[in-house]
Design a protein around this ligand. Structure first.
Ligand code: ADP
Length: 454
């Protein structure tokens, strides 16, 4: 049983979790940093506490001990970490357990394995999941990188072991560039992730990014909830996501989805997780596991009817997939299509630099086939420079991909955000582009399509 959930997060995902708790009859606790005094998420919970440490903005949401203290004082018996912040923090999960607070996510042993991409690769290899050719474990010197490049052939990609969010990766196209790129990769990784450990992989040209949503209970039952196509990216960060993949055969879909499920089953995974792959033609290769709820979980919910956040909470409360009422794997629905656009206050005409300030006009889209998961996308809210620039996720769903695209275009046209610059016109260009509409967009589609910026 879980009676009260503290959400160690902000913005749209905090609100998403509060909504799930409300529907389950569970009490909710919000936390917020000083800078988030006007942030909407704090008004959407039953109780709300300012994180009264001397830590500012992002650092306040990373302050493990203060958050645990609030949980204890408010009587929360579980913590949902959302995504980002402490969601993949082994130490946080361990401290929660020590204090008798249920961490809504996988065990800290699993977090530890998947927080480090080198360890994750090793686990995937053990489970016979296809891997991109890469170094065996971390690379420790420039010579090792060069040796790999010569053996595997260029281009190659250097990745920070602890990297995430599209950061900490460098593509190297020839031996001349290796020294400089390796130096930059290590220095960036040290700064951003506190460790310069890196490994190298063959760089796949123009793949699709396909990821499988998996859900597992604490009794060892594991199932997949089909896949998502998250190929539309800018600088390795997702911008528009689609479920399921357009024009993918059921044979290939089943192969990818089953291998993701079997992999997480083999490591005794519990709760929600995503296995990410690159798809090159009919071949797929493991890249990483995200052991948490993802930004784009929404589109999977739309095509399967499964509420992923409610399921996470009920799994943490000890229920089995069957008790939760999930269908059997072979009966899992695959209904129509869903698209998600990440609406941000980034300015596409200024290198996507995030804009800040007051939203003085806000009119949200609605109607048949539209879902809006908004964070600080509301009239008169102030978008601060301290946090992620995403203000809302706009999701549309329909029976065919064509209809779902039409609904997205229509919704983006209805959407009015004034006072801060935003990427809505850019998103319209993406969903109206023939490459997106015929389902062939790959991970370099945005980078290689200058007309999207018109
Ligand atoms: P992060 O943890 O930062 O999200 P990922 O390993 O998931 O990093 O990779 C993010 C994106 O980077 C992928 O979706 C893909 O576009 C690109 N990428 C990663 N590895 C490769 C590779 N070996 N070849 C080509 N592209 C890659």
């Amino acid at each position: 049983m879980i009676n009260k959930v503290l959400v160690a997060n902000r913005g749209e995902i905090a609100i998403r979790i509060f909504r799930a708790c409300f529907e389950l009859g569970i009490q909710t606790v919000a936390v917020y940093s000083q800078e988030d005094e006007g942030s909407v998420h704090r008004f959407k919970a039953d109780e709300s506490y300012r994180l009264s440490s001397d830590k500012k903005a992002v650092a306040a949401y990373l302050d493990i001990e203060t958050i645990i203290q609030v949980a204890k004082e408010s009587g929360a018996d579980a913590i949902h970490p959302g995504y980002g912040f402490l969601s993949e923090n082994t130490e946080f999960a361990r401290r929660c357990e020590e204090e008798g607070i249920k961490f809504i996510g996988p065990s800290y042993e699993v977090l530890d394995m998947f927080g480090d991409k080198v360890k994750a690769r090793e686990a995937a290899k053990k489970a016979n999941i296809p891997l991109i050719p890469g170094s065996d474990g971390p690379v420790n010197s420039l010579e090792e990188v060069i040796a790999f490049g010569n053996e595997a052939g260029y281009p190659i990609i250097i990745k920070a072991a602890l990297g995430g969010g599209g950061r900490g990766m460098r593509v190297v196209r020839s031996e001349d560039e290796v020294a400089e790129q390796y130096r930059m990769a290590v220095s960036e990784a040290t700064k951003a992730f506190g460790s310069g450990e890196a490994y190298v992989e063959k760089y796949v040209e123009g793949p699709k990014h396909i990821e499988v949503q998996v859900i597992a209970d604490e009794q060892g039952n594991t199932m997949h909830l089909w896949e998502r196509d998250c190929s539309v990216q800018r600088r390795h960060q997702k911008v528009v996501e689609v479920a399921p993949t357009v024009n993918m055969s059921m044979e290939l879909r089943n192969r990818i989805c089953n291998s993701a499920r079997d992999f997480l089953d083999s490591v005794d995974y519990a709760n929600a997780g995503t296995v990410e792959f690159l798809l090159d033609g009919e071949d797929f290769y493991f890249i990483e596991v995200n052991p948490r709820v993802q930004v784009e979980h929404t589109i999977t919910e739309q095509i399967t009817g499964v509420d992923i956040v409610q399921t996470q909470i009920r799994i943490a409360a000890g229920e089995t997939l069957e008790e939760i009422g999930l269908p059997k794997q072979e009966d899992l629905p695959l209904n129509g299509f869903a698209i998600q656009c990440r609406v941000t206050t980034e300015d596409p005409n200024n290198n996507f630099f995030p804009d800040t300030g007051k939203i003085n006009t806000y009119r949200s889209p609605g109607g048949f086939g539209v879902r809006l998961d908004a964070g600080n996308g509301f009239q008169n809210t102030v978008v601060s420079p301290y946090f992620d620039s995403m203000i809302a996720k706009l999701i549309t769903y329909g029976t065919t991909f064509e209809d779902t695209v039409a609904k997205m275009d229509r919704s983006l046209r209805e959407y009015r955000v004034r006072g801060v610059k935003n990427n809505i016109p850019f998103l319209r260009n993406v969903v109206n582009h023939p490459v997106f509409q015929n389902g062939t967009a790959n991970t370099v589609f945005i980078d290689n399509t200058p007309e999207l910026f018109n």
